[in-house]
Design a protein. Structure first.
Length: 283
C-alpha cells in the first residue's frame, strides 16, 4: 500500500516523501514538478506520451500543466520518491526569469542524469523531513539548494523566459472565460459541452483550443483545480472532509477520497494528519 511518509507545505509549494507501490492517474499541476528516487526499486512515469525511468542516476522532470502519471510495476517493490511541487512565483524570487517555470518547455527533456550534488541534497532533504519535519532548514537551505542545482543542471536558465507566442495564446478570451468559470466553481457539474457553448465554440474546437492554450485538457485542468483547492483547504482550514467533498462536487466522501488518493497518492485524511503533525509555517 502506498503511503506518504512526510509532507512539507509552504510558500514554495509542497514536497512529499512518498513510498509508492500503486499507480496514479494521468494528471497535471501548475507547479514545476521534479521527482527524485530516494531508495527502493527503480520505477517509471508517463510524461506526455513518453515513458521515462526514475532511478538512482536520473530524475523525472515535468513542466507546468504537462500531463503525467505514475506507472507502478507490480513485479517490483516499493519506490521511495521525493516529489517536489514548486510554485513558479517562489522560484522567481531567486531569479526573475525562473518564473518561466510556470510555462511550457522550462525543462527541455522529461528525464535527466543527476549529479552527485543533486543526489546528496535529495537525500539530505528526505532525511530532514523524516527526522525534523518542522525544521526551517528544509525551506531556507535544502530546498532552495536542490532546486538551484536542478535548474542549473537541466534548464538553460540564463535564457529561460516565458514564450511570447505562448503568452499570446494564453490571452484567448474564450479559454480565459472557461478557466475563470472552472476556478470559481470547481465543484459544479458543468461539462465540456456547456463550457464550449458558453464561449460559442464546438466541443472539438473548444477542446483543441483549451489544450493548446493551457497544455492540459479541460477535464485534466478541472481536476487539477479541484486537487489544489482540496490541498489548500485541508492544510489551511479545519473544514470537515465530508463538507469539502460536497463543495468540490463529489456525491460521497468515499468518491472524493478515491479521487484525491488517485491524484496525490494518499487519502485526504492521511494527507491532513501528516501535514499537521510537523507542518512548516506557511510563510
Amino acid at each position: 500500500m502506498s503511503e506518504a511518509l512526510e509532507i512539507a507545505h509552504g510558500d514554495f509549494g509542497r514536497v512529499a516523501l512518498l513510498d509508492m507501490d500503486r499507480g496514479l492517474v494521468r494528471h497535471a499541476h501548475h507547479h514545476c514538478h521534479v521527482l527524485l528516487k530516494v531508495e527502493g526499486d527503480d520505477t517509471q512515469f508517463l510524461v506526455g506520451e513518453r515513458v521515462v525511468r526514475l532511478t538512482d542516476e536520473q530524475a523525472v522532470l515535468v513542466n507546468a500543466w504537462e500531463t503525467h502519471a505514475y506507472l507502478h510495476d507490480p513485479a517490483r517493490d516499493k519506490a521511495m520518491i521525493l516529489a517536489l511541487y514548486i510554485e513558479p512565483a517562489w522560484l522567481g524570487s531567486f531569479r526573475n526569469n525562473w518564473a518561466a517555470s510556470g510555462a511550457p518547455g522550462f525543462f527541455e527533456q522529461p528525464v535527466g542524469l543527476i549529479t552527485a550534488q543533486i543526489r546528496r541534497l535529495a537525500q539530505d532533504l528526505a532525511a530532514e523531513m523524516v527526522y525534523t519535519p518542522e525544521s526551517h532548514y528544509i525551506r531556507e537551505t535544502l530546498l532552495p539548494g536542490l532546486m538551484i542545482a536542478l535548474i542549473e543542471r537541466f534548464t538553460a536558465w540564463r535564457e529561460a523566459r516565458a514564450s511570447l507566442r505562448a503568452a499570446s495564446r494564453s490571452r484567448d478570451w474564450r479559454v480565459q472565460r472557461a478557466i475563470a468559470r472552472i476556478q470559481a466553481e470547481p465543484g459544479t457539474e458543468t461539462g465540456i459541452d456547456t463550457l464550449a457553448r458558453e464561449v460559442g465554440l464546438s466541443r472539438a474546437h473548444f477542446y483543441r483550443l483549451f489544450e493548446q492554450t493551457t497544455g492540459a485538457s479541460p477535464n485534466v485542468f478541472k481536476n487539477a483545480i479541484r486537487v489544489e483547492r482540496a490541498v489548500r483547504t485541508i492544510v489551511g482550514t479545519d473544514q470537515g472532509l465530508t463538507d469539502l467533498s460536497l463543495d468540490l462536487g463529489f456525491s460521497t466522501p468515499a468518491h472524493f477520497s478515491r479521487f484525491f488518493r488517485d491524484h496525490v497518492g494518499v487519502p485526504p485524511s492521511v494527507f491532513r494528519n501528516i501535514v499537521r503533525r510537523g507542518a512548516l509555517p506557511l510563510a
